[in-house]
Design a protein around this ligand. Structure first.
Ligand code: TYD
Ligand code: MG
Length: 454
């Protein structure tokens, strides 16, 4: 073996580099995450060295013009909002998601919108052939002349093409297929993914090209390759949703140019992704009437209140150990709320299985839906239906108290807009919503007060 080819071990989780294999990563403490890779050390040093050659001088904050953060509005409102108001010039955005969820479709639609707005766009694909992309593009509608396609996986040639073509926006589909010849390991390996991302970062920052990179997601739900990738880029967007259902949710997990709470809702149909302007209506579609164990609650996703249906099923367990399962919300939270019910309301739940489902497939981790979950559980346990026109939200504490949540006004207004007649809110939020007319608002201090409404 040539001397310069050395074997290095990388942690798949955090990108920690080591000369020997280890069972546990000393940096992120994950087990069995080391993978072996052949790396040409000299090559990496020379590549990495390029960007750091210039000596930078310190500047005063007041002297920096913010003009460089000019944004291009794409025209897909749901995406623009998630990005914080459009694409920032020279930004690097990672779009992650399961295979087949619609990453390529979304980005091709972005390319279409931008080229229609007279921006030059380059779409680099390492996964599909030109004719495959063309076929997909035809489904999405007429494509503009300004959109250039490139099928290439060699990083050096891609960088060269971008340098020559100087597009406004470049899309790299996907980062796991790109490779640098000088690095010995296979495409998709930790060092290749890391190198490819740093090349794209250089392209973005030096030339002011906004770059989108597509990243595949592993079984654990993170972008394959190291976590470092998320640290390197400016914005991380995740595309989630059930692949078998038609809705898709785009979530900003990290955003250097905006808030991270925003979500964008899309629907996949036969002409690509279309925007869902009123997600509440969409999520409540198909809600059963007069069924026990079902209630509507409200969660704030960024600046938007979203109404969701919470379904609970409580049934006698046939084993010694009851099953607790939740889809769309945190299972630990469910366990905690069951314990609160048991202790504070003296309910016999220890021999009951409990299942929670947030209809519509959206994942919610805001504690504001606690009250909804609790009421759904009790409704199913007592087999008594809750009023269809009622919604409930509030955080439930360990002593069974219902605690205040933020943006009460926006939530109640959304409920009223969708035709709900009663709103159960935390007592301490009553002041904030007393001006709203046309909907009955009930304030509750603790869960036993809320139970009287079932
Ligand atoms: P794709 O964008 O290729 O997914 P990814 O790049 O994330 O792997 O999306 C592929 C899926 O989307 C595929 O299952 C077909 C479906 N689809 C539609 O339903 N309608 C359409 O117009 C398009 C283009 C794709
Ligand atoms: Mg794809």
């Amino acid at each position: 073996m040539a001397k310069k080819d050395s074997i290095v071990y990388f942690c798949n989780e955090c990108g920690f580099e080591s000369t020997k294999w280890m069972g546990q990563c000393p940096a992120c403490k994950s087990w069995n995450s080391f993978v072996e890779e052949k790396v040409d050390k000299k090559a990496i040093a020379s590549i990495g060295g390029k960007a750091t050659k210039q000596t930078a001088l310190p500047v005063c904050l007041s002297e920096i013009s913010t003009e460089s953060e000019n944004r291009t509005v794409i025209g897909i409102e749901e995406l623009d909002r998630v990005l914080g108001g459009g694409i920032v010039a020279g930004s690097l955005t990672l779009v992650g998601g399961d295979p087949g969820i619609g990453k390529s479709t979304l980005l091709l639609q972005v390319c279409k919108k931008l080229s229609d707005a007279d921006k030059s766009v380059l779409y680099v694909s390492g996964e599909e052939s030109l004719s495959q992309i063309k076929l997909r593009a035809v489904r999405l509608g007429d494509m503009n002349e300004k959109l250039k396609l490139l099928c290439e996986t060699n990083l050096e040639s891609i960088e060269e093409v971008i340098k020559r073509a100087k597009p406004d926006v470049a899309v790299i589909d996907s980062i796991q297929t790109m490779y640098d010849e000088q690095i010995g390991s296979a495409p998709g390996s930790v060092s290749q993914v890391r190198e490819a991302t740093s090349v794209m970062m250089r392209v973005a920052k030096d030339m002011g090209v906004s770059v989108f990179i597509v990243g595949h997601v592993t079984k654990e739900g993170t972008v394959a390759g190291p976590r470092v990738l998320e640290h390197m880029v400016d914005t991380v967007l995740y595309f989630e949703g059930d692949r078998h259902a038609s809705y898709r949710i785009l979530r900003a997990v990290k955003n250097r140019f905006g808030s991270t709470n925003e979500i964008g809702v899309f629907e996949m149909n036969n002409t690509g992704l279309s925007e869902v302007k009123n997600p509440s209506e969409y999520m409540l579609n198909g809600k059963p009437e007069g069924a026990s164990g079902s209630i509507v609650s409200c969660s704030m996703e960024g600046t938007r209140p979203i109404l969701v249906e919470i379904q609970a099923l409580v049934a006698r367990t046939s084993f010694g150990f009851p099953r607790r399962q939740s889809a769309g919300s945190d299972t630990n939270r469910l366990n905690l709320l069951m314990a609160v019910l048991e202790k504070r309301l003296n309910m016999q739940l220890s021999d009951q299985d409990a299942y929670i489902n947030i209809a519509g497939g959206i994942k919610i981790n805001e504690p504001a839906i606690d009250l909804g979950i609790v009421m759904a559980i009790v409704s199913s346990f007592r087999n008594r239906a809750i009023d269809d026109k009622m919604i409930a939200f509030g955080e439930v504490g360990l002593s069974g108290e219902v605690r205040a949540v933020s943006q009460c006004m926006a939530r109640v207004t959304e409920a009223k807009k969708l035709g709900f007649k009663t709103c159960v809110v935390p007592e301490s939020c009553m002041d904030a919503v007393k001006e709203i007319k046309g909907i009955r608002i009930i304030g509750v201090k603790n869960i036993s007060e809320a139970m009287e409404l079932i």
